[in-house]
Design a protein around this ligand. Structure first.
Ligand SMILES: Nc1ncnc2c1ncn2[C@@H]1O[C@H](COP(=O)(O)OP(=O)(O)OP(=O)(O)O)[C@@H](O)[C@H]1O
Ligand SMILES: [Mg+2]
Length: 249
């Protein structure tokens, strides 16, 4: 479904070139929930931004749905972001002047989906993520966990091929984080969503099928969850300690 092949990315600052991603290779199948972890500055956000084509990579291929997105035109990229990708950000990015219901509808308004279809889908997701009661409230009137569940619902409005999330639980307490990770696992199990998430939080990552560890722009480890979440959590803590002395936990 997603194939990242030999992707490299550097930034030029003044006369100096900094290599940020170095020959990154991995793939994600449909319906998988995959996390990327690693120390601050290891290139996680840069990788996510290359996959969403917010950033051009220097070399390599990113194949999504059999198309190389590194070779797309601007028009094709706009369509990709609007119709095939869903986004969840650390700071929610809800529009303050719109209600929960209206925020959830934004992707479909941009995609010009019919009103009936949009309302049905929004109601279904409100129910699914248990935020129906707050659908007429504004972001300032709801909790952090509710905001992020609203953001997850919004990311799923267009039935995207892939949901990209950058530290979706970064600003939340442990209970709210749990609710958001539950929202992702439900989306995966019941709606067949495919999710790629950057996180510093081993607890959140322990709910994933696989975790990719990035260090200094290179993948240093691929870990697979063999279905015992607690075991996987212990493994993640052990492995991360080895790679950065606990810095990213
Ligand atoms: N626009 C930019 N220009 C130059 N260097 C950049 C730019 N954006 C990021 N970097 C550098 O690239 C490296 C990787 O940054 P990135 O944001 O991908 O890290 P990260 O793993 O997401 O870190 P964090 O966990 O702190 O969010 C860092 O050293 C950062 O300073
Ligand atoms: Mg980051």
């Amino acid at each position: 479904m997603l194939e990242v092949k030999s992707v490299s990315k550097s930034y030029k600052v003044g006369a100096k070139i900094y290599e940020i991603l170095k020959d990154i290779n991995f793939s994600i199948s449909k319906g998988e929930f995959v996390a990327v972890m690693g120390p601050s500055g290891s290139g996680k956000t840069t990788l996510l931004n290359c996959i969403s084509s917010f950033l051009p990579c220097d070399s390599g291929e990113i194949i999504l749905d059999n198309k190389d997105i590194t070779r797309m035109t601007e028009k094709e990229i706009a369509e990709l972001c609007n119709k095939k990708l869903g986004f969840v950000f650390q700071d929610f990015m809800l529009l303050d002047g719109l209600t929960v219901f209206e925020n959830i509808c934004i992707p479909n308004l941009i995609a010009k989906t019919s009103l009936d279809k949009m309302e049905n889908k929004a109601r279904q997701l409100l129910e699914f993520f248990n935020i129906k009661e707050i659908s007429d409230k504004y972001p300032a009137e709801i909790s952090g966990g509710q905001k992020q569940r609203t953001a997850v619902a919004r990311a799923l409005m267009n039935d995207p091929l892939l949901v990209l999330a950058d530290e979706p639980t970064g600003n939340l307490d442990s209970n709210s984080s749990k609710a958001v990770i539950q929202a992702f696992t439900q989306a995966k199990t019941n709606l067949g969503a495919t999710i790629f998430m950057v996180t510093h939080d081993t607890f959140s990552a322990s709910y994933c099928d696989r975790v990719i560890i990035l260090k200094d722009g290179k993948i240093v480890k691929h870990l697979t969850n063999h279905k015992d979440r607690r075991d996987f959590h212990d493994t993640l803590l052990d492995v991360l300690k080895k790679f950065d002395g606990g810095e990213c936990i």
